[in-house]
Write a new protein. Structure first.
Lengths: 489, 1014
């Protein structure tokens, strides 16, 4: 069988059989499915957009994912990794033995001194579990019993675009499908009135960060383009070309679609091409989407108590807080994968001023989303992932004596992310960094491992969700990745 | 998004023809599936090990039972190994699959775990093939058969015998028909003439036929009327535009570098080269050699160098911390991938970290291939800059337009020079100069000294603009008469000495969106003129003694001589104040004192007096005129200087086309795990051993590589290329995996035809148009795409080509169709990219720092209606309405056409289509007469080429009446609906009627038939 074809085949098999079943050996087809181990297990979600046959591979713990991407790389040294020794070593050099294990970006690779800059604000303990977090993250502290904090993330990437691309697509070089594309390709979606994979972006209020979000962060790579994430936009049409043109009333549009459909049906009769039928369906879905998206975005009926949870920024379109609230609305409407991309953490030279502001932008809304999902009973089967492409150096970049002229450079050898819901272990801190928060000493988690674990929670064996392209079975985790049992319950 | 896919299950089993049938009968002997299609009784065909079995073993078994792996003591690389078997006994009993362990284990018989353990099991089809092979005696090939078919040079087989000879128009048809007759199928009738002309016009030019072209064709009753039309289309300049599109996808062409700062490029000059080459029918071997190695040809022309832009269309990462050598290696990987995919259909990238799992390509082969590209004098990252970021090596290529512009500026310059000459050659001026010379000799030496720098700042602001505009304390109250106080009682400003700031060097300043003030005193023993040089990152203002002498809101990295200024120092103390405004990243400044007073060399010449040469006298005179002459002379000189600067600027804006060069030979090493930091053994540039060797005469460089690709012995290039032509005209290739001709590729549906076409193409001197003409004039191509239910069940994917193909056009062409049908299309060929309509804010996310302006410079007038080929393609954000397009980041030789609600929203709501509908409506309303049916039929024909049936017109007319009712009920909505687009509105028309016609024209543009080539 043509392997390429095999991929699409799985997705369309059921529909095709549905259409041509009369007279065809149904038993034969069923037996073929059985032989290939693709028969659907019982108790599956009712899907409006079908996924692959045979998926999920086993009963999933989670059905949805929301990624709260913190672009620019938050400082794990200041926020997540409590290491009191650093204060004692203030201004001492980070030893060569510690530094020699990783690459640095060209911004500090030539630096002559590497003095320790301890966390700029104190840490404190939060929650029943007593998790140490920066005092700049009070709201995250408030949900610490829900989150699994991974302090042993590590990556080869030391620059932003390759780092984000690796986490999102499993390769530092653009061109592979993103995690959300894989998930929707494999699992389909329970709603067809909204895109199965939605993306929203936001920028730090000071716009100091300088991080760009490329569309391949939510691209479909070599998967068909219908699996790519759909970006919701802060201005103009929330989804490109969503609004009817000015002067076109809904009744006129309905009439236009009726005419198109009627003429297309005639063509279908004449040519017998099922693509025509598909087109008719897609035009109808477009019509529905024109209602469902504005409904999604209309937060006027959200009670004040909910809006207050997300903080004052929720009133500002395009803010991270607003996006968090919209993420919840997307998830409860059955969207499979939501990816919020926030830029704001690249503090090379302005750590003292910008870090606190960034925490303010993101801490409350992130926690609010977790709480909001929880109170709706959605947290159990929704994975909430928080973090960026790498961490930041323990040593200072720039002039430590000047308050607004120093910060930290990129660090790939050790950083932190947290995960909540979806069967991840709340109230846990996982992994062991060294005493400089510079390298991982034990229980390292690579992006591939986290990808494998996220897929696992979705009921996907990461080595088995593959797509044949250029003669090779590609998968999100490339040839890597191992389940991390210690972070899931 | 959900969509039905045109691909479906059963076709997979039809692909191999006879084998298919076998597969089905074996899986489901009683299924009755075949009964629905044409029942075909054929003898069990012979399984071909190399074609059918080896790929399965490689993909599924050899990872653990081959390549030195011997799990369970079993190896499966040779027949002997299979017969010998492993711990559980022989794997193979030739002739009886049911008793062969190999088969039992892949089926999981007897409750044993299914092999391959931990990987996707064999598909049903693979199982069937394997069983059949064993049952046929597990025949292992000898000699050539071992080789993958695509690695054996194609030969022209004899044309097969067919019964229905009358149907055959050329050899293509013989191969297709022979296969159909074996399957008991008949070809479809020829498509009607309208459909045929629309099909071939769209295929060859990407535009629908005009009504006039349709009329001419329909009226032409000569037997060769179709061939005449085809020849006309091949001669059309739009042919090259259409053929360029898939090539640009292959070459991952874009108009910018990608990544942060996404600098623009001038690679459109290369794009125009492609269009020209296609139009002039450049033979494919030349097309290949020039693009891969035009620079290495003897006496390479500018065009030949431009052609090598092919391998410079890669992404360039301009991120602040990007490591150049890492990025340079990414570029090399990209070139290997693009070159191998484009010409060889080879998945070389698989051999980057380890030997290729399936194909006979080693890691050493990979790096030896990479060595061809490793001599480019490039750093790996683009330089800093503004809008354009052009990485070395590049050549400057003025366009015709540029040359005209230069001529115009030069003629103005000549006129200005005449005026200047006249003003400078008066006797009074000569006398004044003589007096000055005497005075200057007697005056003695200048003494100018500089105090160390002091700095105040950074002064942060909300944005770059604010930081530049705001007068922070150090510049408040600056006045020429009250120049400066380092601190006053009103404004206690903190100044810090910075003795470490060096002159004639860039000094770094850190702080984003911030202003810095630098101050120093300059002491002079007399009033004297002084030249100063400044550089800044980013913007700069300079004051001397309170008077502003420089203001440049630049966004750049600092370097010497970015600002050159001559000032007049007074005797005693002078105050020099600089303001530097930094946007993002690290800022900095540069300062150097150039000549003070009369430059030493001029003084020397003055002392020579009458003894100096004419040239020296001219130097002295020039100095005098520039610095001391009366106002009118200075004005004339300034006018000339301004035009000279204009000329220099115009020349600086000439396209700089990034091209290939071998000017920096490097050693190439095998890289462990593809890591540039882990070089292993050194390798030499050579092509992989599994393929035909490089011609002895070919140099071991890119030129040799290109010559090898198009050498007669190369088994892949011609096949890969004709397959892509087939894909162009039938929607899919004879080998459907057009990007992969390795052992894992899909076997060709018509192997003998593929080889015949490849040989023909090669033997014709790689004549592209001739090959394509053969395809589009075949009876096969001319078939109707209407399909009976029975045929669809038998061959849902149309692999047997018993009918014409029918597929949605790419979105770039959909836009062209709308523009052309409405009459808006601007047919201009080539040139700078244009910026048609795009929703607000698409690029805004790119404007993360102030290094450059990322607002979308929407075109005006005719540039809005150029073909999509010319739309500016920003690599980080593709044009918003070009859905389903290749992303132009990696090489793509095959587009997957999908259907989603978002596509429907685009063609229903984007201003491009709304405006086209309105203009189409205006045009048909202008037709004399009052019969709406006629007008609607004309609109329909302009879009779909055919005349609609009466009942179809009735539907449209009903739609028109409905729209009219809605608009008449609220005429303000009609007015609102007509505001889309910049094309002039025909105000003589009744707005409600025009709006209603526009609504129906939009329906027509959105018909499946309008979006599809049938």
């Amino acid at each position: 069988m043509n392997p390429l074809f095999e991929n699409d085949l799985r997705a369309s098999r059921r529909e095709l059989f549905g259409k041509t079943a009369s007279g065809i050996g149904i038993a034969a087809i069923a037996s073929l499915l059985e032989q290939e181990g693709m028969a659907a297990p019982p108790g599956k979600e009712k899907l409006a957009i079908p996924g692959l046959q045979g998926l999920p591979h086993f009963a999933p713990k989670a059905k949805r994912v929301v990624v709260l991407w913190q672009g620019g790389a938050p400082s794990h040294v200041d926020l997540f990794q409590h290491q009191p020794l650093l204060e004692q070593r203030r201004m001492q050099q980070v030893p060569d033995s510690i530094r020699s294990k990783g690459r640095l970006s060209t911004m500090t690779a030539g630096q002559k001194n590497y003095p320790v800059l301890p966390p700029i604000k104190p840490f404190k303990q939060y929650g029943k579990n007593g998790m140490w977090l920066s005092e700049m993250l009070p709201y995250t502290g408030g949900i610490s019993d829900e989150i699994c904090l991974i302090n042993s993330m590590h990556t080869e990437a030391v620059n932003h675009a390759p780092g984000v691309t690796l986490f999102m697509t499993g390769s530092q070089i653009p061109g592979r499908p993103s995690m959300g594309a894989w998930a929707t390709y494999g699992l389909g979606c329970v709603t067809s009135e909204l895109p199965a994979f939605c993306v929203m972006t936001s920028m730090d209020t000071g716009k100091t960060c300088g991080q760009l979000f490329y569309d391949y962060y939510w691209g479909s790579g070599f998967l068909p383009s219908r699996y790519q994430g759909v970006r919701f936009r802060g201005e103009g049409d929330p989804v490109l070309y969503l609004a009817d043109p000015s002067g076109t009333s809904r009744s006129l549009r309905r009439g236009q679609l009726d005419d198109i459909s009627e003429l297309n049906h005639r063509r279908l009769t004449e040519f017998g091409d099922p693509e025509i039928e598909t087109r008719i369906t897609q035009y109808e879905m477009a019509y529905k989407m024109q209602t469902s998206v504005p409904d999604l975005l209309d937060i006027s009926k959200e009670p004040k108590s909910i809006l207050d949870m997300y903080g004052p920024d929720v009133q500002r379109k395009g803010s991270f807080a607003r996006n968090c609230l919209l993420a919840r609305r997307l998830l409860e409407r059955g969207v499979r994968f939501v990816q919020l991309m926030h830029a704001g953490w690249d503090q090379h030279g302005n750590l003292d001023t910008q870090l606190a502001l960034q925490c303010k932008d993101t801490d409350q809304p992130s926690a609010a989303l977790v709480m909001d999902l929880k109170q709706r009973g959605l947290l159990d089967d929704t994975i909430v992932l928080w973090g960026g492409e790498f961490g930041r150096t323990t040593f200072v970049q720039g002039d430590i004596t000047k308050p607004n002229a120093h910060g930290r450079d990129h660090l790939g050898t050790c950083y932190s992310m947290w995960v909540a819901g979806g069967g991840f272990k709340g109230g846990t801190v996982y992994g062991k960094p060294d005493e400089y928060c510079y390298n991982v000493e034990a229980d390292g988690v690579h992006p591939y491992d986290l990808q494998a674990t996220i897929l696992h929670q979705l009921g996907i064996e990461h080595t088995k969700l593959t797509y044949r392209y250029q003669g090779r079975d590609f998968r999100l985790t490339d040839v890597h990745g191992a389940l991390v049992p210690g972070i899931i319950s | 998004m959900h969509s039905y896919n045109r691909k479906s299950l059963k076709s997979a089993f039809v692909l191999r023809g006879p084998i298919t049938v076998l597969a089905l009968t074996i899986i489901m002997p009683t299924a009755g599936w075949l009964a629905l299609g044409q029942k075909v009784e054929v003898a069990a065909p012979r399984i071909n090990y190399a074609r059918d079995i080896q790929p399965i073993l490689k993909a599924k078994c050899l990872e653990c039972h081959g390549n030195g792996q011997k799990q369970g003591g079993l190896q499966l690389e040779t027949r002997a190994e299979m017969l010998q078997g492993g711990a559980s006994g022989p794997a193979l009993l030739p002739g009886d699959s049911s008793k062969s362990l190999l088969i039992q284990r892949v089926l999981g018989a007897g409750g044993k775990p299914v092999m391959p353990l931990g990987f996707t099991p064999l598909t049903a089809a693979q199982q069937v093939l394997l069983k059949a092979w064993v049952d046929q005696g597990a025949v292992w090939p000898t000699g050539l058969e071992k080789k993958h078919w695509a690695y054996i040079p194609p030969v022209k087989s004899k044309l097969p015998a067919v019964q229905n000879k009358g149907w055959v128009r050329n050899p293509i048809d013989t191969f297709i028909l022979s296969r159909l007759e074996k399957e008991g199928l008949k070809p479809s009738p020829e498509a009607d003439r309208v459909t045929l002309l629309r099909r071939v016009t769209l295929d060859l030019t990407g535009l629908p036929p005009t009504p006039a072209e349709l009329d001419t064709f329909l009226a032409d009753k000569t037997p060769n009327s179709y061939e005449h039309a085809v020849d006309r289309l091949f001669a059309s300049p739009h042919y090259g535009e259409k053929m360029a599109l898939p090539w640009l996808d292959t070459a991952r062409y874009a108009d910018s570098n990608g990544f942060q700062q996404d600098g623009d490029t001038y690679q459109y000059v290369w794009r125009d080269w492609v269009v020209k080459a296609m139009n002039s029918n450049m033979p494919f071997d030349q097309f290949t050699i020039q693009q891969l190695a035009g620079d290495l040809l003897p006496n390479a022309t500018v065009d030949q160098k431009v052609a090598t832009g092919f391998n410079r269309c890669c992404l360039l990462n301009g991120e602040g911390g990007a490591i150049p050598e890492e990025q340079r290696n990414v570029l090399l990987f990209d070139r290997v991938d693009v070159t191998a995919t484009t010409w060889l259909g080879a998945t070389m990238a698989c051999a980057q970290c380890h030997d290729h799992k399936y194909d006979p390509l080693t890691r050493k082969d990979y790096y030896s291939f990479m060595a061809f590209f490793n001599n480019v004098p490039e750093s790996g990252v683009p330089p800093f800059g503004g809008q354009y970021r052009i990485a070395d090596p590049y050549i400057v290529v003025p366009t015709d337009e540029d040359n005209l512009k230069i001529q115009a500026i030069e003629s103005r310059l000549n006129a200005a020079k005449k005026i200047q000459d006249a003003s400078e050659s008066t006797p009074t001026l000569r006398e004044a100069q003589a007096a000055w010379e005497i005075q200057a000799i007697g005056a003695g030496a200048n003494e100018v000294s500089l105090d160390p720098w002091q700095m105040s700042g950074p002064y942060p602001a909300d944005s770059f603009d604010v930081a530049y505009d705001r007068q922070f304390d150090p510049e408040v109250g600056l006045k020429p008469e009250k120049p400066y106080a380092l601190s006053s009682s009103d404004h206690p400003i903190k100044w810090t000495p910075h003795p470490e700031f060096k002159d004639a060097a860039v000094n770094a300043l850190s702080g984003e969106n911030s202003a810095f003030y630098l101050f120093r005193k300059i002491r002079s023993n007399r009033s004297v003129s002084q030249r100063l040089s400044f550089g800044s990152d980013d913007a700069i203002k300079v004051w001397l003694n309170g008077a502003q002498v420089v203001a440049d809101k630049a966004s750049r990295a600092a370097s010497a001589d970015q600002e050159l200024v001559t000032v007049n120092l007074k005797a005693g103390e002078n105050d020099l104040l600089i303001k530097i405004v930094n946007g993002g990243g690290i800022g900095g400044f540069y300062f150097k004192q150039l000549e003070a007073g009369i430059p030493a060399d001029i003084v020397k010449l003055l002392h020579l007096g009458l003894g100096r040469s004419a040239a020296d006298s001219a130097k002295v005179r020039d100095y005098y005129l520039a610095n001391l002459a009366p106002a009118e002379v200075k004005q004339a000189r300034a006018a000339t200087a301004m035009i000279e600067k204009e000329l220099a600027d115009a020349k600086a804006s000439f396209p700089k086309v990034m091209v290939m060069s071998d000017a920096q030979p490097r050693k190439t090493h095998l890289l462990l795990r593809g890591n540039y930091e882990s070089p292993a053994e050194e390798v030499q540039a050579i092509t992989p051993a599994a393929w035909s060797p490089m011609p002895a005469s070919a140099p071991r460089n890119r030129l040799g590589l290109a010559q090898w690709l198009v050498s007669p012995e190369n088994s892949l290039t011609a096949r890969v290329q004709v397959n892509r032509y087939w894909q162009l005209f039938f929607g899919q290739g004879l080998v459907k995996t057009s990007e992969n001709f390795g052992t894992q590729c899909e076997a060709p549906s018509h192997p003998e035809l593929l080889d015949w076409l490849a040989s023909e193409f090669r033997d014709s001197g790689w004549n592209v148009k001739k090959m394509q003409r053969l395809i589009v004039t075949s009876a096969t191509y001319r078939q109707s795409s209407k399909c009976s239910a029975a045929l669809r069940v038998k061959d849902p994917e149309n692999r047997l080509v018993a009918r014409g193909s029918r597929f949605r056009m790419p979105s770039l062409i959909l836009r062209d169709i709308a523009l052309s049908a409405s009459g808006l299309l601007n047919p201009k060929i080539g040139g700078k990219p244009v910026y048609p309509y795009q929703p607000k804010g698409i690029w805004d996310g790119l404007a993360i720092t102030n290094e450059r302006d990322f607002s979308y410079p929407q075109s005006k007038g005719a540039d809005l209606y150029r073909r999509s080929l010319y739309t500016f393609w920003r690599r980080t954000v593709a044009p918003a309405n070009m859905f389903d397009a290749s992303v132009r980041q990696t090489c793509k030789v095959r587009l997957v056409v999908t259907s989603t609600p978002l596509h429907a929203l685009t063609t229903l709501n984007d201003v491009t289509w709304i405006e086209a509908a309105r203009v189409l409506a205006q045009n048909v309303m202008a037709i004399p007469g009052s019969d709406p049916d006629l007008k609607l039929a004309v609109a329909f024909r302009r879009v779909c080429s055919r005349t609609p049936s009466a009942s179809e017109v009735k539907v449209l007319h009903r739609g028109l009446d409905r729209a009219m009712r809605i608009y008449r009920a609220d005429p303000s909505t009609a007015a609102a609906s007509l505001k889309s687009g910049e094309a002039p509105l025909d105000t003589k028309l009744d707005p409600c009627a025009l709006a209603a016609y526009s609504a129906v024209c939009l329906e027509i543009l959105n018909l499946d038939e309008a979006l599809t080539r049938e």
